[in-house]
Design a protein around this ligand. Structure first.
Ligand SMILES: C[S@@+](CC[C@H](N)C(=O)[O-])C[C@H]1O[C@@H](n2cnc3c(N)ncnc32)[C@H](O)[C@@H]1O
Length: 303
């Protein structure tokens, strides 16, 4: 169904910041939007539609994938994405729908880098930490084309639903074992530590940290990710400049609970930047390669 060895990706160009997404902690992202879908120069007809895409086109890409999915991948009684009867609201169907606009845009930096890695590595390992509705996961899966492994960290229900959608599309390389429960202090930071200490997580080529964007989650996550990063591998931090104060939905005026959960300094701080400066920039094994818009790209330069 897919052929990941089809040549380089052409990446869309940035056009500006989008407003944050309404909703619960972590469902915000001051994403850069861009014009052009990610395409392959030698895309062949019938291979399954565009990879990733613009807001609005993403859903159509998922639909094209569905159309191209082998019959055996569809589950009888499901709504077309392989869900068991009665199982509600899969992830990929939310792409581009109202309320999910700002998490319906794939991260271009991640996909461009993953494309380069996939051209060089036979079995790349990609971690996505914070999956949203799968806007980046779907094109990432198409790039890897069932090679290597995609390891997902997010709330367990989201990971489960997204992995089921991807399985229905024929992707067999998704590890859905690392979802976290919905308790207040549960999260990907804990699952990463747990998996690392058990020796159960594979070293990765590329990790995309795009979760809660707050220090108490992302500092721990970064500390573990550093140990799991292959020499030459990359860790990408989304929303480097984001703050609770600047978030249209998380600022205390819009969400009074924020003023109870965080003190005034935490509300003002760019907490992802704090993580990068405290955990990444102080580690000589890592180098900040570039700050691409709101995405900080770190590379492991020493064992
Ligand atoms: C901005 S969205 C991710 C968008 C996605 N990476 C993409 O490119 O489309 C942030 C995600 O982090 C998840 N998240 C936030 N806090 C979390 C926590 N403590 N544990 C697990 N997942 C969390 C949210 O549920 C949401 O799925």
């Amino acid at each position: 169904m897919q052929d990941a060895r089809r040549g380089p990706l052409r990446v869309a160009r940035w056009t500006g910041l989008e407003p944050a997404t309404p909703g619960v902690t972590g469902r915000y992202s001051n994403r850069l939007s861009y014009h052009r879908a990610l395409t392959r120069r030698d895309r062949r007809p019938g291979v399954g539609g565009v990879i990733g895409a613009l807001r609005g086109r993403v859903k159509r890409a998922a639909a094209a994938d569905l159309a191209a999915a082998p019959r055996g991948a569809m589950m009888a009684g499901g709504r077309g994405l392989g869900r068991a009867p009665g199982t509600e609201a899969a992830m990929l169907e939310r792409l581009g729908t109202p309320g999910h606009e700002t998490i319906s845009t794939p991260d271009a930096e991640v996909l461009a880098l993953l494309g380069r890695i996939a051209a060089a590595e036979p079995d790349p390992v990609f971690y996505e930490i914070g999956v949203g509705v799968g806007a980046t996961t779907l094109p990432a899966a198409r790039i890897l084309d069932n090679r290597g492994r995609i390891v997902l960290f997010s709330r367990e229900k989201d990971v489960r639903e997204l992995a089921a959608d991807l399985a229905a599309l024929g992707f067999r390389n998704v590890d859905a074992a690392w979802g976290s429960p919905g308790a207040t202090y549960s999260g990907y930071h804990f699952e990463l530590a747990r998996g690392f200490l058990a020796g159960a997580l594979p070293p990765f080529d590329l990790a995309f940290l795009d979760g809660g964007h707050v220090f108490h989650l992302d500092a721990g996550a970064a500390a573990i990710l550093k140990e799991l990063c292959k020499p030459g591998g990359h860790i990408l931090f989304d929303d480097y400049h984001w703050s609770l104060a600047r978030s249209p939905t998380m600022n205390p005026a819009a969400r009074p609970q924020t003023a109870k959960d965080y003190d005034a300094r935490q509300i003002e701080a760019a907490q992802v930047e704090m993580v990068c400066r405290a955990i990444m920039d102080t580690d000589p094994r890592f180098r900040l390669e570039r700050l691409a818009g709101s995405t900080a790209v770190y590379r492991r330069v020493a064992p």
